[in-house]
Design a protein around this ligand. Structure first.
Ligand SMILES: Nc1ncnc2c1ncn2[C@@H]1O[C@H](COP(=O)(O)OP(=O)(O)OP(=O)(O)O)[C@@H](O)[C@H]1O
Ligand SMILES: [Mg+2]
Length: 485
């Protein structure tokens, strides 16, 4: 009993050979389709018939090499086995280089054919299974639109799912661009409020009066210009979720009004008399430390405790750099689609620099960086020369006196100028970094970079150290080394 079930396409211009092969392979359990030319074969493959191709090398019309190439354009995973006369083995080798799987010499050894076929088909299967596994893994690194494989993000994903099941208020804290809005959306999407509205209000975008009427709505005649009744955003969220972004920016007066709405689950429109009951879940976000805002009197303590029932911290990108390559792939795919490009990845040198950078603007900064690079890069892979200046700057210093700084300046001295923003008039750089023997003077690069950072930071050392992505001690050492004070 045979377990072979795949379909084999046999191509040979001689009818008797096709038939002998067909008989043999069918007794082995395979399904067999035959044809006499490469052109016919390509049509059959386009119709997605076979799992594997078995072909004579010498055919009328296109030969084995060309056929192999053409098949791989249609289907890069298709295994192709060629058979050839002893005299033309070298051409068969060429066909293997063009993507063929293996070749057999004529007259065919049927036992060998059986083994080679089975092995090729099994390998194809394993490849496909690996691909599926990869997709499975990718799913684990993805929650709604949030991406991350780091421990911090994996923990965040499970927290989101747990939190989603409850109706408690959630306070999301995190720096700029860490994905606070995405987290809020994911909580809503995983909750049973999912089919109901998700309403976003950015508390920093509107002046106090407008924010109030936007949140609570108003009755006709409530104020000059209120010619019609208008429902507020909270009311519009009935049954769903309200996401108040930048809650730290809300005035104290409005904070107490919001507190009342949360406590009573009712609101009164501006100029209205009757309270309206509303069922909504509240999620807030801030990039401030709300607790210290409470201490300094800028935020009401009672409201803080109401909002902070569940606290979710969005981790900074610099604390989970293992997510950088994953995010890069994600954004590359997005901008490839958007820009109609086919950039396949990032060269290792450039990836090292992306990994060494501090990402003060977090994922948003990374996203913008990849977008910009995708637009300007004409090549298949993103290279160091397309990195934004601040990343080159940081990398040059980060790799300081190692060989790797060459990466940062590989484009040559002219790019150093751009890279470090050196004013050509006040600084004659020609030959300064690279001497006549072509050796680079890394200390000059380093000195210049430290100086630039200090100037940029108005000689605030903590700030300069942050710009350079080094700690204060390392900065002091360099200031001393280069006599910069
Ligand atoms: N983990 C992530 N996976 C994929 N994309 C992300 C992730 N985090 C953030 N982003 C993307 O980065 C950008 C910024 O995210 P978002 O607006 O949610 O951040 P934020 O914390 O609200 O920032 P801000 O405080 O500046 O408003 C968005 O385009 C978002 O899609
Ligand atoms: Mg935001």
């Amino acid at each position: 009993m045979s377990i072979n079930t795949e379909t084999i396409l046999v191509i040979d211009d001689k009818k008797n050979i096709r038939e002998v092969l067909k008989d043999f392979l069918e007794t082995e359990g395979y399904m067999v389709v035959t044809c006499g030319t490469g052109e016919e074969a390509l049509n059959l493959i386009e119709e997605n018939l076979p799992d594997i191709v078995l072909t004579d090398f010498k055919l009328p019309g296109i030969d084995g090499i060309e056929l192999t190439r053409k098949i791989h354009v249609l289907n890069s995973e298709m295994p192709i086995i060629l058979f050839t006369a002893y005299g033309s083995i070298s051409s068969a080798v060429e066909a293997i280089k063009a993507g063929g799987y293996d070749y057999l010499t004529k007259p065919l050894d049927y036992d060998l054919l059986k083994i080679v076929l089975r092995r090729a088909l099994d390998q194809k299967l394993i490849k496909q299974e690996n691909l599926l596994l990869k997709e499975e893994v990718a799913k684990r690194f993805n929650l709604d639109k949030l991406i991350g494989k780091s421990r911090a993000m994996q923990k965040l994903f499970s927290l989101i799912k747990t939190v989603a099941a409850s109706s408690s208020a959630v306070l999301i804290e995190g720096e700029y661009g860490t994905g606070k809005e995405l987290i809020a959306k994911a909580i809503h999407r995983y909750s049973d409020r999912q089919g109901k509205p998700f309403i976003i209000v950015d508390c920093s975008a509107l002046p106090e009066g407008l924010l109030e009427s936007e949140l609570f709505g108003y009755e006709r005649g409530a104020f000059t210009g209120a010619s019609n009744r208008k429902k507020g955003r909270i009311e519009l969220a009935e049954g769903g979720t309200v996401f108040l972004d930048e809650i730290g920016e809300m005035s104290l007066a409005l904070q107490s009004k919001l507190l009342r709405v949360i406590e009573e689950k009712q609101l009164v429109r501006l100029g209205g008399l009757h309270p309206i009951s509303i069922d909504f879940r509240l999620i807030t976000a801030t990039n401030r430390d709300l607790k210290s805002e409470v201490v300094s009197g800028n935020f009401r303590a009672d409201l803080f405790y109401r909002l902070n029932v569940i606290r979710v911290k969005a981790p900074a990108l610099r604390d989970r750099k293992e997510d950088v390559p994953l995010l890069v792939d994600h954004f590359l795919a997005k901008f490839n689609r958007q820009e109609g490009k086919s950039i396949s990845g990032v060269r290792p040198d450039a990836m090292n620099m992306l990994l060494s950078y501090n990402w003060p603007g977090n994922v948003r900064e990374l996203e913008n960086c990849i977008e910009r690079m995708s637009v300007i890069c004409p090549e298949k892979e993103l290279d160091t020369e397309y990195l934004p200046q601040e990343i080159k700057e940081a990398a040059a210093l980060h790799y300081g006196s190692t060989e790797k700084v060459k990466v940062a300046v590989a484009e040559g001295i002219q790019d150093m100028d751009r890279c470090f923003n050196i004013d050509a008039d006040s600084y004659t750089y020609t030959g300064s970094y690279i001497d006549s023997t072509g050796n680079m003077h890394l200390d000059r690069v380093e000195r210049e970079t430290v100086l630039k950072a200090l100037e940029k930071a108005n000689w605030n050392k903590s700030k300069a150290a942050r710009l350079l992505n080094i700690d204060r001690k390392a900065l002091y050492n360099r200031i001393k080394k280069y006599n910069l004070l």
